[in-house]
Structure formats: C-alpha cells, structure tokens
Design a protein around this ligand. Structure first.
Ligand code: FNR
Length: 361
C-alpha cells in the first residue's frame, strides 16, 4: 500500500525524490517550450461533464474489448522507453502490473528488458510498439520476435521520423541505457559528444523515409494487426483506414515531438469522424484523472493509454506503484461513471460532455 499519494499526479513528486535529475527530466520533459505538454493536460480542464440523474447506478461495469481482447477497463499502459532508468525491474514490473490488472500493455522498441523477457515474465495481452530503422532488416527481426513471443499487435509509431528537440535532454547530455533488444543487431552507441546522445542516436538509426507505402511492407512481414500511433488529423485518419490498418492511436507522443501541435483531446473528435466507426480509435496524452478517461471515451475513443503516471508509479514503488496508478484511474473512472449515470462503457456518449467548441456554437 502506497501511503501518501491520493491521485496519480502525486506519484510525480515521489518519483522526483528517487530519480537522478537526468532521468527525471527525460521522463517528465517534452519538446521545446513544452506548450503542448501543458495543453495536453489543460485542454481536459476546459471540457465539462453533463451528468444524468435518476439512473440505477448500483452496478457499474468497466470492462471492454479491443481488437477482440477483453480488458477489465478501457485504461491501457502506453509504450515508454528506457524503463529500467525508473526502476531496476523495468518493463517486467510494468508488464506484471498490467497483466494483474487485466489490461493491455504496449512494449516500446527501445525497452530495456527484451521482448522475450517481458513475454515470459507473466501472462497478459501485450502489443509491440515499432520504430522503423534505416536498417529495415533490424525492424523486421524485432517484429518477428514479437510475433513469436505472443504479442498481439504491432503499434507503428508514425510521429517520429526524427526525434523532437528536448532541451532538458540536450542540457543533461542524456544517454540511452543499454537496449538489449538490439544486441547483435545494431549499435546503439551515439556519436554526439555535445548534446543529447539520444537525439544523436535517433538521427543515426531512424528511417525518416517511412511513408504510407510502407504499411504494405509491414503487412508483408507480419500477420499481426497493425495500429498506427500518432494520427492527429482527419485526413490521416482517412488514409489510415484506406491503408487497411486495424486501429489508430490519437497521440502526440506525450508532446515530446512537435511543440504547438494541439492537445490530443482537442483533435480526438476530428479523427473519430474521419474514421467513421470503421476501425477502433484509441487515445493518449494527458490522462491524469478518471474524468479524463471518461471525457476521451465520450469523444469517441474506445480506450486510453497512460504514459507518464505509470512511469512515476514505477519509479516510486516498482510493480506496486504501477498497480496503484492503474487502480486509482480505474476507481476514479468508476466513480465518474456512477455520478454521470453510465453503467457501462457503452453508455458513455457525446452528450455527456461539453467542449469549448460546443460553447461557441
Ligand atoms: C514516450 N512515448 C513513446 N512512444 C512510443 O511510441 N515509443 C516510445 O518508446 C516512447 N517512449 C516514451 C518515453 C517517455 C519518457 C514518454 C513520456 C513517452 C510516448 C507514449 O507512448 C505516450 O504517447 C505518451 O506518454 C502519452 O502521454 P502521457 O500519458 O505521458 O501524458
């Protein structure tokens, strides 16, 4: 039992106490002036709720289903790199907490535990997040390893042809930890001696030529469903459906890529309209409260993913901290649903929220 934290944001303070500054800044920070980082959270505060009353809410069912996989709630664990910098057990601890909570975890390509270590650590549904490298053969090997290890989908991150400029990492001369997934495949030594070694490494390896035609390449090397992570416009949502992907994640990489892109919650509805119900739309960015989860579902997301709060929980208390973060958000969502008159996730509708745009109408 974690004493002290009564909501997930309070884990941030606990994490700050235990992490070296370089690593705390890496997990917390984002691109340039961090305008979008603040907006990702603030934009939720400008959406209000429209509760309905005199509905029997004595039983609330949070369960849902994504791509055929049942989950205890629509709260998933986002792909976060370098987790052993937060806690010695790294992604394995996160995976155990996610599995125990009966929810889906995304494992980052740049995880510090290997694809296989995470897979064999516990049962649970996991998706593999993919960065595509100039060395396509390396990306292909990672995809095949994920498929062999029982991961259920490939989440292709599409908002990172290059790494965003993160000033804190530059000042701290941030260094990537050992990335065991690449042992024998690719050197992850960065050459830049002056700034963020991470930025230098990303420039060395990421394939910025990646484009819509490459969805065909990815399909040709895997039988797993492909989810695109990083869609922010209806135009790209339509293209994604045409490209035959199985789902979309509305994401701005937790504001770590391009500053002054909109808060993800403010473009969710546009993307949902572009998709028109043909594939599931997931959401991440700025989820810090159960009410945030509720708002995202009301605006059309089928589930949300949580990034930094999970890492703060991991840093503060390892697996138990991640468990607590998931539980807190789940409990808050349950209470929000109860007080809004929604007995199941399907009962949450567009009419349960009022956005800024609604107020201008
Ligand atoms: C990320 N994110 C990310 N995304 C991805 O596709 N691959 C990755 O390796 C990482 N790594 C990563 C590290 C850190 C420290 C952060 C904060 C984020 C983005 C992540 O999956 C997700 O989009 C955001 O974290 C969601 O925003 P919140 O919940 O952190 O506000």
């Amino acid at each position: 039992m974690v004493v002290g934290a009564v909501n997930v944001c309070e884990f941030q303070e606990l994490a700050k106490k235990v992490l070296p500054k370089m690593h705390y800044d890496f997990f917390t920070g984002s691109a340039e002036d961090e305008h979008t980082l603040r907006e990702n959270v603030e934009a939720f505060r400008r959406i209000t709720l429209r509760p309905r009353v005199l509905i029997d809410v004595s039983r609330i069912n949070l369960s849902t289903n994504i791509l055929g996989y049942d989950m205890s709630s629509p709260i998933m664990v986002a792909a976060i790199a370098f987790q052993n910098l937060a806690h010695s057990e790294g992604e394995v601890a996160t995976a155990k907490a996610a599995a125990a909570a009966n929810t889906i975890m995304l494992l980052s390509t740049t995880s510090t535990c290997t694809i296989e270590e995470v897979a064999s650590s516990c049962n649970g549904i996991r998706f593999f997040q993919l960065y595509v490298y100039k060395r396509r053969d390396v990306s292909a090997i990672l995809v095949q390893r994920a498929e062999r290890s029982g991961y259920k989908a490939i989440v292709l991150t599409v908002e990172t042809p290059k790494l965003g400029r993160r000033w804190a990492d530059i000042k701290n001369k941030m260094v990537a930890p050992e990335l065991k997934n690449f042992d024998g495949l690719l050197s992850t030594e960065a050459v830049d001696e002056n700034g963020s070694k991470l930025e230098a490494l990303a420039s060395q390896v990421l394939d910025s030529s990646l484009n819509w035609n490459d969805i065909g390449w990815l399909k040709s090397i895997t039988n797993l469903p492909i989810i695109l992570k990083g869609v922010l416009t209806s135009e790209d949502a339509i293209k994604a459906v045409e490209a035959g992907v199985a789902g979309i994640i509305v994401s701005n990489n937790g504001a770590r890529q391009l500053d002054f892109v909109p808060a993800t919650i403010s473009v969710l509805e546009e993307v949902v309209q572009g998709v028109g119900g043909r594939i599931p739309v997931l959401f991440d960015g700025g989820i810090r409260r159960g009410t945030d989860v509720f708002k995202a579902l009301a605006l059309g997301a089928q589930a949300v993913l949580v990034g930094r709060p999970v890492i703060y929980g991991l840093a503060a208390k390892g697996q138990n901290g991640v468990t607590r973060v998931i539980e807190m958000l789940r409990d808050e969502l349950e209470l929000t649903m109860t007080l809004c008159g929604c007995c199941s996730v399907k009962d949450i509708t567009r009419n349960h929220v009022r956005t800024e745009r609604d107020r201008l109408r």
